[in-house]
Design a binder for this molecule. Structure first.
Ligand code: GTP
Ligand code: MG
Length: 284
């Protein structure tokens, strides 16, 4: 029987909770001005890994692009966007930045895009992010796509999960070490063993399954709602309580849903009020 190679332990040092608290206070949070902030403590946090999962067309990529624009445009920080689904178009970045009144050139220059051709490329991504750029956000849009394309059939599942597990382990360690926020998006498949009584977010499983859970700090389920509205629901988190927020996809990327329109009677009343406003209060 082969013996496990003996590995020398690293230097083990306990830290007080007080010291850890001091370290925590140095960690920055970047508000994005989107409904997502309300799910994750007010903005994306350095070193935290957040997964958005949901069905095709639910809005995961639009969330990712909007958060990229906000970090690059408002906070003037470098964002690395790994586009495993080949859907990145700079025109959409320009549109979101323009409609939010941001500096378009600054936003475009701060977003670095890479399309990995294979899962080996994807796993090499962390070694190819220049540390001197001090990345603040790494987005992997379609995390499991390269693995799904290459590993087909049940007999390859163990190998695929092994690589995915290793990559996620490295990703989490890298995020904490470099203090970079990480966002991954992931597709779902229907859980064949789920009963129809379960909530949708538990009937639809993220590809990669439990392998992902240990490496991810917060998991957000995204789904289509009624009348073009979408819902982002924080399903599982080591830091925040469960919550959900509606949003819609617009020229500004993602935004809160529109206020419901006033009924006609109210419109007439408000028009009458305006008519009655004294002339000196008008702004013409
Ligand atoms: P998959 O990657 O296929 O799993 O889907 P996804 O969850 O990433 O969906 P995505 O974020 O690409 O959302 C797709 C939806 O966003 C489309 O159905 C459109 O309704 C909307 N959308 C995409 N581009 C634009 C755009 O430029 N403007 C607006 N207003 N909506 C857009
Ligand atoms: Mg997508």
């Amino acid at each position: 029987m082969s013996k496990k190679k003996k590995v020398e332990p690293t230097i083990l040092t306990f830290k007080t909770a007080y010291d850890l608290m001091q370290e925590r206070q140095e960690i920055k949070r970047y508000p994005t001005g989107t409904p997502i902030d309300e799910l994750i403590g007010g903005g994306i946090e350095e070193g935290e890994v957040v997964e958005f999962y949901g069905e095709y067309g639910s809005g995961k990529t639009q969330i990712a692009k909007t958060l990229a624009v906000m970090v690059a445009g408002i906070h003037n920080q470098h964002v690395f966007f790994v586009d495993c689904e080949e859907t990145f178009k700079p025109e959409r970045i320009v549109q979101i930045a323009k409609n939010r009144g941001l500096d378009i050139d600054q936003t475009l220059k701060n977003i670095h895009v890479l399309i990995p051709v294979t899962s080996t490329d994807l796993m090499a991504v962390l070694d190819n992010i220049p540390p001197e750029k001090q990345p603040k956000l790494l987005i992997i849009d379609g995390l499991t796509t390269p693995f799904r394309v290459e590993y087909i059939g049940r007999e390859t599942l163990t190998e695929r999960q092994g690589y995915l597990r290793k990559f996620l382990y490295d990703l989490k360690k890298w995020a904490k070490k470099t203090r970079t926020a990480v966002i991954v998006t992931n597709q779902v498949y229907a859980d064949p063993s789920a009963t129809p009584f379960l909530a949708l977010e538990y009937r639809e499983l993220a590809v990669g399954g439990h392998t992902l859970y240990h490496a991810i700090d917060s998991r957000i389920f995204v789904r289509k709602g009624q009348g073009g509205t979408r819902i982002a629901k924080l399903v599982d988190s080591s830091c925040y309580p469960p919550a959900e927020r509606p949003f819609r996809i617009t020229d500004k990327g993602i935004e809160p849903p529109q206020e419901p329109k006033k009924d006609k009677k109210e419109d007439v009343a408000s028009a009458t009020e305006q008519h009655d406003t004294p002339t000196e209060n008008r702004m013409n």
